[in-house]
Design a protein around this ligand. Sequence first.
Ligand SMILES: Nc1ncnc2c1ncn2[C@@H]1O[C@H](COP(=O)(O)OP(=O)(O)OP(=O)(O)O)[C@@H](O)[C@H]1O
Ligand SMILES: Cc1ncsc1CCO
Ligand SMILES: [Mg+2]
Length: 276
Amino acid sequence: MSFAPALDAVVAAHAALRARRPLVQALTNTVSTNFMANVLLSAGASPAMVDNPEEAALFAGIADGVLINLGTPTAAQVEAMRLAAAAAEKAGKPWVLDPIAAGGLPWRGGVAAELLQFRPAAVRGNASEIIGLAGLGGGARGVDSSADPAAAVPAARDLLAHAAAVSASGPVDHVVGRVGSRTVLVRIGGGSALLPRVTATGCSLGALTAAYAAVAPDPLTGLVAAHVHFAVAAELAEAVAPRPGSFAAAFLDALDAVDEAVLRERAKIEPAVELA
Ligand SMILES: Nc1ncnc2c1ncn2[C@@H]1O[C@H](COP(=O)(O)OP(=O)(O)OP(=O)(O)O)[C@@H](O)[C@H]1O
Ligand SMILES: Cc1ncsc1CCO
Ligand SMILES: [Mg+2]
């Protein structure tokens, strides 16, 4: 069906990413910083981890896109997140929320819910986190998902009240957004079971989503393009590195190697479904 972003839109967004090399401000967890910065550099964006309350708002006005990830929040970082999200909204810069462990830890869940007032372009989380953020449960004990992404679709749709597009990642990524008056679900397959064996891959997908949101015509296209770029790169990496440690390095190489031909050959975007 042609009413939602499909392969041609992903190819165009990827070309725009490579042409414009967007500057992404990341306010992220301490586990993810180095890997995330390398993911952005390899994929075709420029990272800057500016996450202190003194500089976060100023930099949100300079950056092309902003990622806010709640993985290891401190009081100071949360203050910076509030300031950056407000500044990004005011400046019309797309920002992405990754509500790590929102369902399992009430304090950060409250912070994530509060940040929704600043209208993220996209929310990206694993299935448990999307369900938790929507206030529908979630069930995970930590940062890894214990839910099937298909079960997160009602939660993702609810979150469209606050964000233009929402994804629940997993073996098949489920992405929802609006196209005109329609609410649509786009499923993206492929990827690698080694991705969840390497920490901060999901976090880095959120950062890549901020990069794509800065160059794509709309947040839904950006969110789909980020997931497809990730999935296709993971397949290339797994083919040469079948265990987690070497896979992490091969994945960075593969993010760089993805081009139009690889996207056209390997992208697994299912036909969009209209949600009631
Ligand atoms: N079994 C799987 N097969 C293929 N791809 C997968 C699988 N599980 C997860 N992925 C992919 O891994 C990436 C990260 O998704 P995941 O759901 O693990 O995020 P996350 O739990 O937020 O990650 P993290 O907290 O480790 O940063 C996504 O691109 C997703 O498509
Ligand atoms: C392991 C871990 N703990 C808090 S954030 C994070 C990174 C993956 O979510
Ligand atoms: Mg994970």
